[in-house]
Design a protein around this ligand. Sequence first.
Ligand code: PHE
Length: 467
Amino acid sequence: MATNHASALEGWTSRWTFVLAATGSAIGLGNIWRFPFIAGENGGGAFVLLYLVCLALIGVPLLVAELMLGRRTRHNPVRAMQYLVKESGSSRQWVWLGRFSVLAGFMILSFYAVVGGMALAYIFHAAFGDFAGAAPADIVRLFTRLQADTDGLVVWHSLFLLLVVVVSMRGLRRGIERSIRVIMPLMLVLILALLAYAWRFGAFETSAHFMLDFAPEQLGWDALLDAMTHAFYTVSVGMGAMMIYGAYMPPHASMRVSVLSIAAIDTLVGIAAGLIIYALVFAQGLDARSGFSLMFHTLPLALGHLPFGQFFGSLFFVLVALAAWSSALALLEPGVAWFQEATGWSRAAATWIVALGAWLLGLGTVFSFNTWQSATLLGQTFFSWINFISSGLLVPVVGLMLGIFCVWVLSAQASAETLRFPKPVWHQVWRRVTGTVAVVSVLVILVMGVHGYAVGMCGGNPGLPWC
Ligand code: PHE
């Protein structure tokens, strides 16, 4: 029996708008900022291949699981789990899966919006020629100044969240769908334009070799951990976003086609971003291993010395901002749907309230970069804690619970009738992979993540019991 309870929530107009919106959620800062730099740190092509394997074995199976739970219940993650608990006669503790998802999405949105705001600021820095001919020290100063400027950061952070609210408050169809229909084609045009630019003015061949050549000797334990974590994060699993987008999914949409399209397009965008960034960075003889600061230091430095860097630099940061925008819409959605269903308030009111909460929490991240820089707990800033609790703890815990619940608690018959794969063998393969490889890998991610964070504290606090 399919459990399509009466729901106050809207649904997508068609299966393609669902795929478009879910892809928009998947393509985010993770693809344009994080993927290129972790690929760079781990030796390029070898890492890309490893990531593809992790995507197939962890990201995609869990994406299917999360979409399935939403689709089966058509409610926000918390209520979805309440229904599923009743339906499967399982422990009420499973509702925590829903609660943690909503909380993770909300917390991640709070700092995602701060970085989204920085991308907005960089559109203007690029456009006003602040990178032009700049020396490395100037570029570093530009970024440190932005981080140190509390008022400025608050303005950019607020502006970014405001962009998210004005879209989201109009509702799923009139707000999110309409904006996604503009954002996605625009992103495509920008990516193509930037690829053409990188081809013409960058060291494209070197970049292609770097991103696509397989050099297995580069691979290590760190690379595997980065690849597993990214495969998970990039398809937006573990934050309630896909559960709620799945709840809005039309009943006739094919799960297989949707998931494969989302994963494929998301990966292509990550690779394209890497190709663009490294073509420009290598053209200036800069280092691929600049990590975290690749997008805010190394790339602007390269752009500042390349022809038309001012124009294409602005385009690049417009692309980053658009990608962050469509992801932020998805991060806000579980919280909004939960609030709406819990209180019965209007969509607009729910959106403003949840976004206001994320804004307030985000101020903590803003202050971590300046006024609260030395206000630390066990040597870690507020931002570092929020990031760890959400991405390091909640998200893997949700992933773990997702895998176990969908395979070991929910009956095979229930998942089969919701997924409706055309061939039973796909359902079997999905169950096998999700219930074993994916679950074990997420456990590894969780344990290693916590271990890494704890060890990281030892530098400043050698007296801690575990150091
Ligand atoms: N997948 C997004 C990225 O790569 C992050 C995200 C997670 C967005 C969850 C929405 C929901 O940046």
